[in-house]
Design a protein around this ligand. Structure first.
Ligand code: ATP
Length: 404
């Protein structure tokens, strides 16, 4: 069933797509955006099941929606103007950097509890600045809901256009580091070291592209903001040398950060309200989203890839993991014995030339194991593309996946 929605200026249409069906949506007239992405006129966009989002119009628009929804309503009380004000402040800093006032544009870190809208705000800020012709670096430190690649990783990519609300970020050569678990709790030392590695490679990337430096970075973080989570946030701020902290929706966190960085004149710590439209996602939805990210990696967003089964001799592959058991140095790298326990394990293929480079090397991609055959002494795996593995050094964490 098709319905029409008239959006007045500065109003948004909040939509939850059901678990079991897709939703089509098109812009009929006026102008509207989804988290910084301008809707093309008269073109149906197809949203997958369980998608939650808002179509916002600054000046008024008519939208057509085709399909059933779990929830759909308009709202004219939104924090969008304050988000745009932050964007203007960042643009000023970028202009200053471009004029040579400093070598880098703002290094913005977005912090806040789970489901406060950090990823959505990051996409808006990236979208708005890329429309000005800038190419900011987007860094995603969220292990559970990483926007760039599979869960259990941290990653970065230059963004030169608004983020497509259906297909997500373009995935040309992101920098990806493998942590291997969906929460930093199990091995915070490893998470911290990987953040440092990603920060170094991000800065080297920026140095290699001086024309992109003034756009700076937008860093999205995980939603764990208490106890160890708070300490890891401080580590992230420190590793990336962040100079703008955007605190979403938690006054106490804002207060704590203000006192933490009291006297640091170069640091802006800005509190911004959470949108009431942000949807709280329960464990089931989070797990479902993680599975879809895995599926997307192997099959493509619209199932356009044909993942390939292949095999490799036990003797031709070396699998390692960090801090494999309690009581062991969490940064200790140990070889993983080949056993049936590997079935359904997701392994990261590293670019490292030798095991001691495994921490600092970025990844070529991921495979998952489907069979351990002791008769032929071969491991059978699935990769997203055909051909031999680009390297024989792989990393394992606790991630499992199968498309069964
Ligand atoms: N204004 C809005 N209206 C409707 N849905 C929204 C709105 N803003 C965000 N959402 C949706 O709410 C969900 C949570 O938002 P988002 O991912 O931005 O939060 P987050 O703080 O990054 O979460 P996490 O800490 O778990 O990564 C997402 O599905 C997002 O698309």
């Amino acid at each position: 069933m098709t319905t029409r929605w008239a959006l007045e200026q500065q109003t948004e249409l909040r939509i939850e797509v059901p678990w079991d069906s897709e939703l089509r949506l098109q812009l009929v007239s006026g102008a509207a955006e989804i988290f910084g992405y301008d809707l093309p006129p008269a073109r149906w966009l197809v949203f997958p099941p369980a998608h939650k989002f808002a179509v916002f119009s600054w000046t008024g628009a008519t939208i057509e929606v085709d399909g059933s929804t779990d929830s759909i309503y308009t709202e004219n009380e939104t924090p969008m103007q304050s988000y745009l004000d932050v964007h203007h402040l960042l643009e000023n800093k970028r202009d200053q950097a471009a004029k040579g006032a400093s070598s880098f544009g703002p290094r913005v870190i977005v912090v806040g509890p789970t489901d406060s809208g950090k990823s959505s705000l990051s996409k808006m800020l990236l979208g708005w600045t890329s429309k000005q012709g800038r190419k900011p670096l987007f860094v995603d430190l969220d292990l559970g809901q990483n926007a760039l690649t599979i869960p259990g990783t941290i990653s970065a990519i230059f963004v030169d256009e608004p983020v497509d609300p259906v297909n997500g970020f373009p995935l040309e050569a992101p920098l990806v580091y493998f942590y291997g678990h969906t929460s930093p709790k199990g091995n915070p030392d490893l998470y911290k070291s990987l953040m440092t590695e990603l920060a170094h490679s991000s800065v080297s990337q920026l140095k290699r592209h001086p024309e992109k430096q003034s756009a700076g970075m937008i860093i999205n973080t995980m939603g764990w903001v208490n106890d160890l989570g708070y300490k890891l946030l401080l580590d992230a701020i420190d590793s990336f040398n962040a100079d703008v902290i955007l605190v979403l929706g938690q006054k106490e966190l804002h207060k704590n950060l203000l006192s933490e960085f009291e006297g640091r004149l170069s640091m802006d710590i800005i509190y911004i309200c959470k949108s009431e439209g942000v949807v709280t996602r329960d464990q089931k939805l989070r797990q479902w989203t993680r599975n879809s990210k895995m599926k997307e990696y192997f099959y493509g967003v619209s199932s356009t890839l044909l993942p390939q089964q292949n095999s490799i001799r036990f003797s031709d592959i070396h699998i390692f993991q960090f801090g494999s058991c309690v009581g062991v140095d969490p940064m200790h790298l140990s070889p993983v014995k080949i056993s049936q326990d590997l079935v359904y394990s997701v392994l990261a293929v590293s670019y490292a030339k030798e095991p001691r480079q495994l921490l600092s090397s970025i990844l070529a991609g991921f495979i998952y194991i489907i069979e351990v055959d002791f008769t032929s002494k071969r491991l059978w795996y699935v990769a997203p593309c055909p051909g031999r593995l680009p390297n024989n050094l792989l990393l394992k964490g606790s991630l499992l996946w199968s498309d069964q």
